[in-house]
Design a protein around this ligand. Structure first.
Ligand code: V47
Ligand code: SF4
Length: 386
């Protein structure tokens, strides 16, 4: 039985079946169709389409990488209502600020270990400026010359450039010349201006976020993109967010990965808002895979979503589950993720992907294959450290 006949058996309406037909034949769906998928598509229906598109693009491969995180500070000049992690300047006693030596000691602890990426993000600290970070990256590269430095959200970059009095191109070029390779996807939240004003009105605008990523892509620095969902936004806002990203990707081709981030409600100013269900998470991954036709990769960030849902998401369009990380990332543990110590060994990650019936592939940041664990399995008793 072909997939369209299978989909018809789910009881989906003709309108939904037409959208499925379009997406499965490689045609782009529009924003109205995206909204209809969210509003009326059942989990089974969306999952079948998303899994088929994912398989077309990536076969059974599921990627992960070996990375570590550095969060230099959680002191932040901004006051995002959903953030459980930052400490405003006025509450500075609860915050942390690593000095340069402490940061470089973290980097030194990875000498000789098989990590390929360092992910550096944190609060927006008024004293840690563009040249401080540029010189820091240079020193990181002196210690680990081969490491890929994925650093600073557009929110941090907008502030750094503004304080340094340089435009985005100049600021990014300085960071690139000091060794920064790419940008993570954070800070995007929801682009709709009214929702953004409500949940994070004082940080960079949606236009600025997009402009920084456009500029980075034009300088040859790839990036990721996130979407914070499951709070006060509607399906129309999610589709609008994805559409703005899809349009920019048409223009530059510089995005690697789309990373939906589920709003977690502990310890922040939006704690009165409930968290969405796992069904909603999986539907969101599936619609993302179907709508974002020009994004090669869709990531379930397991420290945030939890390892079980990350595993399930592999049947709903996801082809990447980030990395081994380490226990240094605090952003989600502080927001109430069930992952209280986000560290998985390589063997555990491989196992998690195998259990979902997929093929684990270790990648570098740019998705070059490092090792296919089906062809080169780990010895049964090997527990490689991250
Ligand atoms: O922008 C903050 C989110 C993001 C909460 O590019 C929250 O590979 C849920 O962007 N509930 C930062 N989310 C993290 C990020 C990221 C993570 C992993 C990989 C990559 C990548 C990027 O964390 C913020 C914000 O959207 N966030 N608070 C919360 N309570
Ligand atoms: Fe600061 Fe980022 Fe938290 Fe917003 S999400 S308050 S910019 S650390």
């Amino acid at each position: 039985m072909d997939i369209l006949s299978l989909l018809a058996k789910t009881g989906a309406s003709t309108a939904l079946l037409d959208i499925a037909n379009k997406a499965l034949s490689g045609k782009r769906i529009n924003t109205n169709e995206g909204e209809l998928l969210f509003a009326q598509g059942s989990l089974g229906f969306l999952g079948l389409i998303a899994d088929s598109i994912r398989t077309e693009k990536h076969g059974q491969y599921v990627y992960f990488n070996r990375n570590f995180h550095i969060e230099p500070t959680n002191i932040c000049v901004f006051d995002c209502k959903f953030c459980s992690y930052s400490r405003l300047l006025k509450h500075r006693q609860d915050g942390w600020e690593l000095n340069e030596e402490e940061i470089l000691n973290i980097v030194r602890s990875y000498i000789g270990k098989p990590v390929t990426e360092v992910h550096i993000v944190g609060g927006v600290h008024p004293k840690m400026g563009l040249m401080y970070f540029a010189n820091l990256i240079k020193k990181v590269k002196e210690i680990l010359p081969e490491i890929h430095v994925k650093a600073f959200t557009a929110v941090e970059l907008e502030y750094m450039c503004r304080k340094a009095g340089v435009d985005f191109a100049e600021g990014l070029k300085i960071l690139k010349d000091h060794g920064q390779n790419s940008l993570p996807g954070g800070g995007a939240e929801i682009f709709d201006e009214a929702i953004r004003a409500e949940i994070c009105g004082d940080k960079c605008t949606s236009e600025q976020w997009l402009e920084i990523h456009r500029t980075a892509h034009n300088l040859g620095m790839p990036s990721n993109a996130t979407m914070l969902y499951g709070h006060v936004e509607t399906y129309a806002h999610r589709i609008d967010h994805m559409n703005r990203l899809r349009n920019l990707q048409d223009e530059t081709g510089g995005f690697n990965t789309f990373i939906p981030l589920k709003f977690r409600n502990q310890g922040n100013q939006m704690s009165h808002i409930g968290e969405v269900s796992v069904i909603e998470d999986l539907k969101n991954y599936a619609v993302s895979r179907i709508f974002m036709d020009n994004f090669p990769h869709l990531k379930a960030y397991w420290p945030m979503i939890g390892r079980s849902v990350a595993q399930l998401s592999l049947a709903y369009g996801v082809n990447d589950i980030d990395g081994t990380i380490d226990d240094t990332t605090k952003i989600y543990t502080m927001a109430g993720s069930e992952e209280q110590s986000p560290s998985l060994s390589t063997a555990q990650l491989v196992d998690l992907i195998n259990q979902a019936g997929k093929i684990p592939v270790e990648r570098d940041t740019l998705y070059n294959f490092i090792r296919n664990y089906k062809d080169q399995p780990l010895a049964p008793d090997v527990e490689l450290i991250s």
